[in-house]
Ligand binder design. Structure first.
Ligand SMILES: C[C@H](O)[C@H](O)[C@H]1CNC2=NC(N)=NC(=O)C2=N1
Length: 117
């Protein structure tokens, strides 16, 4: 398994298949802080990120937005005082694609940006 956060999204077609159950299990193992949830009949990846205040939550929201724009793949974001809930799924296929797991890993990496190793 390559490092998900080093991958980029592939162009996703409307007839692209959802990831299999086995792929979900394998990929999810690399994303321990994320859950697979179902909303409106579509499976999504969900994680809550917590912050000290609304300003920090908003700054993170904007970083996720920039990431999404750079990849042409977009989340649902709920920004509140001290927390941001991020959902990744592929609208075109109404479910989970490898792209969603890549973007979840890339979202996690945003929280480590600028931190010395
Ligand atoms: C035209 C545009 O590139 C497509 O609609 C993209 C935009 N961002 C997207 N984001 C997500 N999460 N799923 C999509 O199917 C999707 N499609």
């Amino acid at each position: 398994m390559s490092d998900l956060k080093s991958e980029s999204c592939e162009a996703c077609r409307a007839d692209a298949p959802e990831v299999s159950e086995q792929e979900i299990n394998t990929l999810s193992a690399h994303l321990p802080d994320w859950c697979v949830v179902e909303k409106d009949g579509e499976r999504r990846l969900e994680r809550v990120f917590r912050f000290k205040n609304f300003a920090q939550a908003l700054a993170f929201t904007n970083k996720v937005g920039e990431l999404a724009e750079s990849e042409g793949h977009h989340p649902a974001l709920l920004t509140e005082y001290g927390k941001v809930t991020v959902y990744w799924w592929t609208h075109k296929i109404g479910g989970l694609h490898r792209n969603d797991f890549i973007m979840a890993a890339r979202t996690d990496a945003l929280t480590h940006e600028g931190q010395s190793r």
